[in-house]
Design a protein around this ligand. Structure first.
Ligand SMILES: Nc1ncnc2c1ncn2[C@@H]1O[C@H](COP(=O)(O)OP(=O)(O)OP(=O)(O)O)[C@@H](O)[C@H]1O
Length: 284
C-alpha cells in the first residue's frame, strides 16, 4: 500500500523577472520533482545560488512559479490567491536562517508567540495554554515570556522562532538554513530539537542547507541541487557511499566530518575524472 505524499511537487519551474529598464528573465529552478511524506524530512543541499530557497519560497507561495504543480494534502496550491494562502498558514510554516532579524525586536517573547494564535482566533485562555506547551516543546523557561529577543543568544532566539512556527500545529515546515548562522555546538542543539519536535508532533520538514553534514544528520532523504535542478536523490548512506553526480562528489570532498580514509579514496577517484566529462555532466 502506498500512502499519498503530504507534499507533491511536479516539474516545477520558477522564473524571476528583473524590474530594470531592460526586462530580463532568469530561470532559477527547472524540472524539479519532489515528494514529502508525513513525518519525513527531505534535505535539499547545494551550493549558493543553486535554487534551494527558491523551491522553499515556491511552496510558501512567495516565488513566481512559471510551470509545474505543487500539491499539499491533495490540494493544488500552485497559484493560490492571497486570501486562500492565509488558510494554509496553520498547515505550512517557515523557519529562516537569521534568528536576529526574524523576530520583532519590539515584541516580548510572550507576544511573539501569542501573535499567530490570536490571529487564528484563539481565546486568551487557549493562547496561554498553547504558549505553555510551546515553551515546554522547545525547552525554554516560562520567565522567557516577559523578556525581549535582545536578551537571548542566537540559539535561544532560534528556539523562539521554532516555537512560533509550531504555534498553529503545522504539518509542514520549510526550514531555510535554520542553523547556518549558529556556532557548531548550538547548531547541534537546534538540530536535536528539530528532530525531537518531529518525533513528538509528526511534522514534515523541507530542510535547506549548503552543508552536507548537517543535511545528513537531519534528513530521511536527500536531494542534491545543482544549477536549478535536482541532480541526485538518496538517503544519507547512498549519497555518501555511491554518489553518481560529480557535484555530489565535490560536496563529499568538502565535508569536514568525512572519514579521512574514504575521503582519500574519493579524492583519487575524483582526480581520475576527466575534466571534460566533469564539465559536461555538470553543465545541465
Ligand atoms: N527575487 C529574485 N529576483 C531575481 N533573481 C533571484 C531572486 N531570488 C533569487 N534569485 C536568483 O535565483 C538563483 C537561486 O537563488 P536561491 O536563493 O534560490 O539559491 P540558494 O541555493 O538558496 O542560494 P543560497 O544558499 O545562497 O541562499 C540565484 O541565482 C539568485 O540570484
Amino acid at each position: 500500500m502506498t500512502t499519498e505524499p503530504l507534499l507533491q511537487v511536479n516539474d516545477l519551474e520558477v522564473t524571476y523577472q528583473s524590474r530594470g529598464l531592460r526586462r530580463t528573465s532568469f530561470k532559477a529552478v527547472a524540472g524539479v520533482d519532489l515528494q514529502v511524506q508525513s513525518g519525513e524530512t527531505i534535505g535539499l543541499v547545494g551550493e549558493s545560488g543553486s535554487g534551494k530557497s527558491t523551491i522553499g519560497r515556491a511552496i510558501l507561495g512567495m516565488a513566481p512559479v512559471t510551470a509545474g504543480r505543487i500539491e499539499f494534502a491533495g490540494r493544488n496550491i500552485t497559484h493560490l490567491p492571497r486570501r486562500d494562502r492565509r488558510t494554509l498558514a496553520s498547515d505550512i510554516q517557515v523557519i529562516f536562517q537569521d534568528p536576529y532579524s526574524s523576530l520583532s525586536p519590539s515584541l516580548t517573547i510572550g507576544d511573539t508567540l501569542a501573535e499567530p494564535l490570536r490571529a487564528s482566533g484563539a481565546s486568551r485562555t487557549e493562547a496561554s495554554r498553547r504558549i505553555g506547551e510551546l515553551l515546554d516543546l522547545v525547552h525554554l523557561p516560562s520567565d522567557a515570556l516577559q523578556r525581549m529577543p535582545r536578551e537571548f543568544s542566537g540559539g535561544q532566539r532560534q528556539r523562539v522562532a521554532i516555537a512560533r512556527s509550531l504555534a498553529l500545529e503545522p504539518r509542514f515546515i520549510v526550514c531555510d538554513e535554520p542553523v547556518s548562522a549558529l556556532d557548531l555546538s548550538t547548531q547541534a542543539r537546534v538540530i536535536d530539537l528539530l528532530i525531537e519536535v518531529q518525533r513528538r508532533t509528526g511534522v514534515s520538514y523541507l530542510f535547506i542547507s549548503h552543508d552536507l553534514d548537517v543535511i545528513r544528520v537531519m534528513s530521511h532523504r536527500i536531494a542534491v541541487m545543482y544549477r536549478g535542478r535536482i541532480v541526485e536523490t538518496g538517503d544519507g548512506e547512498q549519497i555518501s557511499t555511491m554518489p553518481t553526480h560529480p557535484y555530489t562528489q565535490r560536496l563529499l570532498l568538502a565535508s569536514p566530518l568525512a572519514d579521512p580514509a574514504a575521503q582519500r579514496v574519493r579524492r583519487k577517484e575524483f582526480q581520475q575524472l576527466p575534466a571534460a566529462e566533469f564539465l559536461e555532466s555538470s553543465d545541465i
